[in-house]
Design a protein. Structure first.
Length: 318
């Protein structure tokens, strides 16, 4: 009983130590970010004299708070482009080769066709690459240089940046706390002698290690996302992009629209005639010819009956 009680006290003490150490982790706000940067400030000024006046102490703390942060910033930068090019498929291949030459790689690529309102098919391509973050600007310049006219053929450009330094620091702090708890649990399990005590500590140790793996994965994601920037490019055929005008009369465009309307009208008329000749005429012959023959036979029969009835009446009068 004493031995079991001692092991239980050790387990409880380790959990309390872990819980207390978690209190020093950065506080989380409701939105998921760090609530305050003060959690990262040191508790006291190093090498400060114990008998320093209160005003001097406050001054030193203000100087420390106003000093620039020495922690390396972790920023995730991504970009997206929408371009009009002569050959989307060829441009996609060029972007893939460029990304590989810069030490990056292709995440995904897709080529397909779309049909405009006139029924004409045009090629479209999408590609996403990852390149070193320090080469993002160079990459964007080279991609934009692939269009025929940089003033009109760059349809959309977006560059976004996300500072995840606080999230990274918070995750790293929680990871260190869990590793400290893991060390304590390992010591407790090694000191345990009974099977049930060993299994109890082992279950706690398994849960802690699972949480360590999750947090380590988050840290790896932050590092990789900050090291490699994602660039997504949407490529459309230049011939499929119709010019947009805000003013002025364009006779050539109006003539083209009128010709297209005429062609559409003639096409509908020809299609209607073909439909009538191939579909309606045979159906009319199949249904209408028997009806016509039946009606004609009935009329002929009625005419014959009237002639027969008229002849006896005439003979009686004579």
């Amino acid at each position: 009983m004493k031995r079991n009680l001692g092991i239980s006290l050790i387990i409880i003490s380790a959990l309390l130590v872990s819980a207390c150490s978690a209190l020093y982790a950065p506080a989380q706000s409701k939105s998921g970010g760090v609530a305050s940067d003060r959690a990262y400030a040191p508790m006291a000024v190093p090498n400060a004299a114990p008998s320093a006046p209160a005003g001097e102490s406050v001054s030193k703390e203000l100087d420390l708070a106003s000093s620039p942060e020495t922690t390396e910033r972790i920023v995730i930068k991504n970009a997206s482009l929408s371009l009009a090019v002569t050959d989307p498929d060829a441009t996609l291949q060029s972007i893939a080769r460029m990304a590989e030459s810069m030490g990056g790689f292709v995440v995904s690529s897709n080529t397909y066709k779309t049909t405009d309102e006139d029924g004409v098919e045009h090629p479209v391509a999408d590609i996403t690459v990852r390149i070193p973050a320090d080469k993002l600007d160079t990459t964007l310049q080279q991609i934009k240089a692939m269009v025929p006219d940089t003033k009109t053929d760059i349809l959309n450009e977006n560059i976004s940046g996300q500072d995840v330094t606080k999230e990274y620091t918070d995750t790293e702090s929680r990871l260190n706390n869990l590793k400290a708890a893991e060390t304590q649990l390992v010591k407790i399990m090694e000191a345990a002698t009974k099977t049930e005590d060993v299994m109890s500590v082992f279950r706690e140790l398994t849960q802690v290690r699972e949480q360590i793996e999750v947090l380590q994965g988050q840290l790896n994601y932050y590092k990789e996302a900050a090291r490699l920037s994602a660039v997504s490019v949407h490529l459309e055929a230049k011939e499929a992009i119709k010019p947009i005008t805000t003013g002025g009369w364009q006779p050539g465009l109006e003539v083209q629209k009128a010709l297209q309307s005429l062609i559409k009208g003639l096409t509908l008329l020809v299609n209607l005639l073909i439909f009538i000749l191939i579909v309606l005429v045979p159906i009319g012959l199949i249904i209408g010819l028997p009806i016509y023959l039946i009606v004609r036979a009935v009329r002929k029969h009625k005419g014959t009956t009237k002639t027969v009835e008229t002849k006896p009446a005439t003979a009686g009068k004579k």
